[in-house]
Design a protein around this ligand. Structure first.
Ligand code: ZN
Length: 324
């Protein structure tokens, strides 16, 4: 699953290569659009929307269409010189766009459709505020997330209806930086805007070239991977020592296997206190609660394949376990 920064970079690369260019050929290798020919259409702009990519085109008669794609698990867009040799197998190409100055090829796209630009909202209007977008609105993201208070925060962060742009890496890393166990319910997170700010900073620090890293210095500049240091605080670092406290990082699974447990409405939320400057802790800490996040139907890009979580059991105590 891509992170928002990957899509942002892809959109900016495509925009830089294609904006203002007239298509000399188009080839949609999906049945629904196999006969669509956009030769003569001009690429207006390419913009990211969360993890979605919108390529807006203007037709010869000023018609407006948008090529809407989502990279899902394996997808990518690549730009080549005209007629350049592809770096991926041809049979994985789903969309080929040729212009006089560059070719763009979408490989293994998880979603590809061509829609009227005026109807983009039908495709992406459900998305929450975009962490990397001009419309970023932490209050709106908080309002959306707080409407389902018993969903694990690690699930809520991936739900693109709450806020758009976070994949599994930033989900795990932002929870670590905020000292929050990803299985803690949304209602137990004292400061959602601070958590969003952590995720936003990590995404923004990775918009440039180079390998992704979440280990930043005080100025927000990436320092990970230098001098052999890990690129991530916890992601895929199971059994390795926490970079802050040396406790072995743990791997867990956060899913929706079991029905939602009854919620106790009688008890007020557990008191939250700051402990040792490392985050928040509360009584009632228990085992990782798998299956506490039952999700609504129709959430196509939700978390069924994003179950792995990584966390430091000391820096990220589980909050609000209730009847544990
Ligand atoms: Zn730790």
């Amino acid at each position: 699953m891509p992170e928002g920064d990957s899509v942002w970079r892809a959109a900016h690369q495509l925009h830089g290569a294609l904006a203002g260019q007239k298509l000399t050929a188009s080839d949609f290798r999906v049945p629904r659009f196999a006969t669509l020919n956009l030769r003569g259409w001009t690429v207006g702009e390419v913009v990211p929307r969360g993890k979605h990519l919108l390529m807006r085109l203007v037709g010869p008669g000023d018609e407006r269409l948008t090529i809407h794609s989502h990279l899902k698990m394996e997808g990518s867009w690549q730009v080549y010189p005209p007629g350049g040799r592809w770096r991926k197998p041809g049979f994985t190409a789903r969309c080929v766009l040729r212009t006089p100055v560059a070719d763009a090829v979408g490989f293994s796209l998880g979603l590809l459709e061509v829609i009227k630009t005026s109807e983009e909202d039908k495709a992406v209007g459900y998305l929450g505020p975009d962490l990397l977008g001009p419309d970023w609105d932490p209050e709106e993201a908080e309002r959306r997330m707080a409407s389902a208070p018993d969903v694990p925060i690690g699930v809520a962060l991936l739900d693109q209806r709450n806020l758009a742009g976070i994949g599994n890496i930033y989900r795990c890393e932002a929870c670590f930086l905020s000292g929050i166990h990803p299985a803690s319910p949304v209602s137990a997170v004292a400061d959602l805007p601070a958590l969003f700010a952590d995720a936003k900073q990590l995404l923004e620090a990775n918009l440039g070239p180079g390998r992704r890293t979440t280990v930043l210095n005080a100025r927000g500049t990436p320092v990970g991977r230098a001098a052999g240091r890990p690129g991530y605080w916890v992601y895929r670092r199971e059994h390795q020592p926490c970079l802050r406290c040396r406790t072995p990082i743990r791997h867990g699974v956060l899913g929706r296997a079991a029905p939602r447990r009854p919620v106790s409405h009688g008890a007020s939320p557990a008191p939250i206190s700051t402990s040792g400057g490392q985050g928040v802790s509360a009584p009632g800490t228990g085992m990782l609660a798998a299956g506490t996040g039952m999700l609504a139907a129709g959430t196509a890009e939700l978390v069924t394949e994003e179950r792995d979580i990584y966390f430091c059991p000391k820096c990220q105590p589980l909050l609000g376990a209730g009847d544990a």
